[in-house]
Design a protein around this ligand. Structure first.
Ligand code: SF4
Ligand code: SF4
Length: 139
């Protein structure tokens, strides 16, 4: 009998270390993310991107401080209720469906992600999570 598919809790527990809020190519933000964050911090949505974002690979990402941390990191995520979709979904993101080996690459920087589980099972779990969340609201 095949083993049951792992659950999200089997694959990931956030340790709140903040490592994912530093470095990388930046945290992608959609227009919807920017509008939500601007409202949350009472910033002018027309100038939000100029003050809090930068461009990377043709996309808007959250700006980082000189120490490499996200501009909204201060020992905790200061915009937690409206943090970008990419942060909310981590590590159950589309790139795992494209190539499940991305799970291992991401786990190298995120101590909350479990390895040692067959990647086809990881991919199936990620697919289930994404399907349960409905259509992508990015725009
Ligand atoms: S690196 Fe992983 S474990 Fe650490 S805060 Fe980010 S998601 Fe959580
Ligand atoms: S928005 Fe919050 S969770 Fe996302 S990278 Fe910035 S500080 Fe971390």
């Amino acid at each position: 009998m095949p083993s049951p598919q792992p659950t999200p809790d089997d694959l990931f527990t956030c340790l709140r270390c903040g490592d994912c809020c530093r470095g990388y190519g930046g945290t992608f933000v959609s227009r919807a993310d920017m509008e939500a964050i601007a409202a949350f911090i009472h910033a002018d949505p027309r100038t939000f991107a100029a003050h809090y974002c930068r461009r990377s690979g043709g996309k808007s990402v959250l700006a980082q401080r000189a120490d490499g941390y996200c501009i909204f990191w201060d020992r905790v995520c200061t915009i937690h209720p409206v943090k970008p979709r990419m942060c909310r979904r981590w590590p159950f993101i589309e790139s795992i469906l494209v190539d499940p080996a991305n799970w291992l690459a991401m786990a190298g920087s995120c101590p909350g992600m479990r390895t040692g589980i067959p990647l086809r099972e990881v991919r199936a779990c990620v697919a289930t999570v994404l399907a349960s969340e409905g259509p992508d609201e990015d725009r």
